[in-house]
Design a protein around this ligand. Structure first.
Ligand code: ADP
Length: 236
């Protein structure tokens, strides 16, 4: 994204959630976004993923510039070229694991590609449980279903918003290791918003936001280095 700004509201009530943010997400990398509460992390993720429009600047997904797209085209891009993983899993309780994972095909009115389903199920180690319902799964398994659903279209990028926020430490670590594996072995590009230095340390690099501006980047992060940088941003 190039010089991206996002303003909510107008006049005296205007909130400048993002200011002149320029950054690239190289293909096949895992990037974490950190910053104090209110620093613009969610806004950044929403703008980068085409869930929200920027006020100024440009966002590209591959060669496509998002602000040029009409609403229909943006919806299609979100459905076919972007994968989402949320803290609350966002699975449909009335659908099985397999039906949840293949939902993107059904929403796009396309036939289910069974080879992709098999690959996605295997990638998240759920090949043995395709017929279970979300209520029969643990939190970690539910998040793995959500990750498989995010991968099924082989998207240009996967956007994860606090994907381990609802999980215990051990399960959270397994999910982060799975995301790493997806980047390493499937060449996926992953952007994750988190407030947890341990979670962020699983990424290839961490970018920091403060007051809607980029406030540095840390490559090969360790939890200690991330926490130290956050302290200096005034988080704790
Ligand atoms: P973070 O995810 O880092 O907590 P956000 O991106 O949610 O930060 O918010 C950045 C700023 O934008 C905050 O000041 C927040 O209050 C404001 N903001 C976010 N969404 C909206 C909205 N829909 N309307 C008005 N202000 C908003």
């Amino acid at each position: 994204m190039d010089s991206v700004g996002k303003v909510y509201g107008s006049g005296r009530n205007a909130v400048h959630a993002l200011n002149d943010v320029t950054m690239a997400l190289p293909r096949g990398t895992f990037t974490a976004v950190m910053g104090p509460s209110g620093s613009g992390k969610s806004t950044f993720l929403h703008c980068a993923a085409g869930l929200d429009r920027t006020t100024s600047g440009k966002v590209w997904l591959g060669d496509t510039e998002l602000s040029r797209l009409k609403e229909d085209a943006l919806t299609e891009l979100r459905r076919e070229r972007v994968g989402f993983v949320f803290q609350a899993y966002n699975l449909l309780d009335s659908l099985t694991v397999e039906q949840n994972i293949t939902l993107p095909f059904r929403l796009a009115d396309k036939p289910i590609q069974h080879d992709r389903l098999r690959t996605a199920l295997a990638a998240v180690s759920l090949s043995e449980q395709p017929d279970r319902y979300p209520s029969q799964l643990s939190g970690g398994q539910r998040q793995r279903v959500a990750i498989a659903r995010a991968l099924i279209n082989q998207p240009d990028a996967v956007f994860a918003d606090e994907p381990t926020g609802a999980l215990d430490t051990r399960t959270g670590r397994q999910i982060l290791e799975l995301l790493r594996q997806v980047v390493k072995e499937m060449g996926q590009t992953v952007l994750m918003v988190t407030h947890d230095p341990v979670a962020a340390s699983h990424a290839d690099s961490v970018v920091f936001l403060a007051d809607g501006r980029l406030a540095g980047e840390l490559r090969s992060p360790s939890p200690e280095k991330v926490a130290d940088r956050m302290t200096r941003l005034g988080e704790w």
